[in-house]
Write a protein that binds this ligand. Structure first.
Ligand code: FAD
Ligand code: ZN
Length: 470
């Protein structure tokens, strides 16, 4: 296709990296298959300078840019709309690890580095980059920062935001801001780094980041506990904080129906203890001393929990293979759920103290309003973050269920979240999926401030338009 913009782009980054023909579905279709867009072109720049050249060219032609990393986002933020007028700018060729500073405990990586490769680069140096989520084999560090991803280690290390010390960004005008300082202290005005983290590609393109590293723990142990109620799970979390303190690196909760789906669709994983208990908890203990020390601490914790009645039964993984299997069960819930059929996902947070009341009230409300509804409730209880997902009643066509009930169910769940002082998006972001819903739950003043920032930085609305702010 000849088009003045495309000709400029081909000259800037090479014709081989301006894709306009053939099957572009890998870039045009979102991970959950909620939206299939159409791109004017898919751009694959190979350096920060090339990203900047692409953005300048698009700005000059008034063409919108949709940044994309691994395309694993869950809120429809990284694919173009259906107009065929937007370009997708893929970061997947920006894969260099630019450096590792051992004394400063930092690593600088380009935005298209796959998360697993960043973890490996840290491990190769005997260090730890703790961000960890089920999509780590294909999501990118740029996407993780753009969505401020959470995952399974937030309890101890924080989310992507807390693991980032500096950014390099291409602005909507195509300028490069080099903020890769690696400084742990820098109070020189507005915090631009934290403005870009979580901005979902609406304020510019992250091209590289300086990330925090940690020492590798001496040992990591995983336990699986059956708990009689959500209140018991919260009580167990309190005990775990008390007994393991900073050693507590993971605390995941799963309801019986979620685990029954793993048992049904992934039977080879052998889910422990799920039949006898409404909830199970997965705990991880990272120890700075030794495996024996970790085991002893786990035993003391579980004895106290059994005595107090917040755990009815528990197993501690004997070895790494068993530990991996337990994590694999937890991470298989979304897949097992997809095997069961289309479903409605919620990624909510409320203060940990209010989780039991939230679950009890919302479960009761859902059962009353939608008889037979099946709730797949699991998530990062240590962070007060639940994936409160909704599956159609047995025998009901999932597609029809979604068509007729999704809006109503979202309102029921989000109103309940609001009553408990929570957020309708804990870690996945807003994208286009929740952009129209956000104004119902975010204070008007906050939205006004967000719009002011967007207009100041991207006055022509060319960076990922329609995302975050509808
Ligand atoms: P994309 O999907 O490509 O993009 C996501 C958003 O970021 C889009 O708005 C895009 O425009 C923008 N973006 C991407 N790269 C850049 C860049 N360089 N500069 C500016 N903007 C950019 N999330 C969690 O938080 N916790 C989890 O536990 C978790 N588990 C998941 C499990 C599975 C199986 C899957 C599929 C997803 C999961 N996610 C989870 C969703 C999570 O948001 C993404 O996996 C990840 O953070 C997105 O990275 P990505 O490179 O795929 O980004
Ligand atoms: Zn999650």
């Amino acid at each position: 296709m000849s088009h003045p913009l495309l000709d400029t782009l081909r000259a800037a980054i090479g014709a081989a990296h301006v894709l306009t023909e053939g099957d572009l579905s890998a870039w045009e279709q979102d991970w959950r298959q909620r939206q299939r867009g159409r791109a004017l072109a898919v751009l694959r720049p190979g350096s920060t300078a090339e990203v900047a050249a692409c953005v300048r060219a698009c700005a000059a032609h008034g063409v919108a840019v949709v940044p994309q990393g691994g395309n694993t986002g869950l809120v429809v933020g990284s694919v173009p709309d259906e107009s065929g007028t937007q370009v997708v700018l893929s970061t997947t060729r920006l894969t260099a690890v630019r450096g590792l500073d051992r004394a400063n405990l930092t690593l600088t990586a380009e935005a298209g580095c796959v998360l697993q490769n960043v973890q490996q680069a840290a491990r190769d140096a005997g260090l730890l980059f703790p961000l960890s989520l089920a999509a780590e084999g294909s999501c990118t560090i740029g996407g993780n920062l753009a969505t401020n991803a959470g995952g399974t280690q937030v309890l101890r290390y924080g989310n992507a935001r807390e693991l980032c010390l500096g950014l390099e960004v291409v602005t909507p005008q195509g300028e490069v801001w080099d903020g890769l300082t690696g400084l742990r202290k820098d109070n020189t005005g507005y915090d631009l780094r934290n403005l870009y983290i979580g901005s979902e590609g609406t304020l510019g393109i992250i091209t590289a980041a300086t990330l925090k590293l940690y020492p590798q723990p001496a040992a990591r142990l995983t336990a699986w506990a059956a708990v009689p109620s959500m209140q018991a799970a919260v009580d167990l979390l309190g005990l775990a904080h008390q007994h393991l303190s900073a050693g507590l690196t993971g605390f995941e909760v799963m309801n019986q129906f979620a685990l029954s789906l793993v048992d049904k669709h992934h039977a080879h994983l052998r889910v422990p203890l799920w039949r006898e208990s409404p909830w199970c908890v997965l705990l991880e203990n990272s120890d700075d001393e030794s495996e024996e020390h970790a085991r002893a601490r786990f035993e003391t914790l579980l004895e106290a929990a059994l005595a107090q009645g917040c755990v009815s039964d528990a197993v501690v993984a004997e070895n790494l293979t068993q530990a991996k299997n337990l994590w694999h069960i937890r991470e298989s819930i979304p897949l097992a759920q997809a095997d069961e059929g289309l479903n409605i996902k919620h990624d909510i947070s409320v203060p940990v103290s209010r989780i039991p009341a939230f679950v009890q009230e919302t479960d009761a409300l859902m059962a009353r309003e939608i008889p037979g509804v099946r709730l797949v409730d699991f998530g990062h209880l240590g962070d007060g973050n639940l994936h409160y997902n909704v599956q159609a009643p047995e025998g009901v066509d999932p597609a029809a269920f979604l068509r007729t009930q999704e809006e109503r169910i979202n309102t029921l769940v989000y109103d309940s979240v609001a009553r408990h002082g929570g957020s309708i998006s804990a870690e996945h972001g807003v994208g286009s999926l929740k952009a129209a819903t956000l104004p119902h739950y975010k204070p008007a003043v906050a939205l006004e401030l967000m719009r002011a920032v967007k207009t100041a930085l991207d006055p022509h609305n060319l960076m990922n338009p329609g995302r975050v702010l509808a």
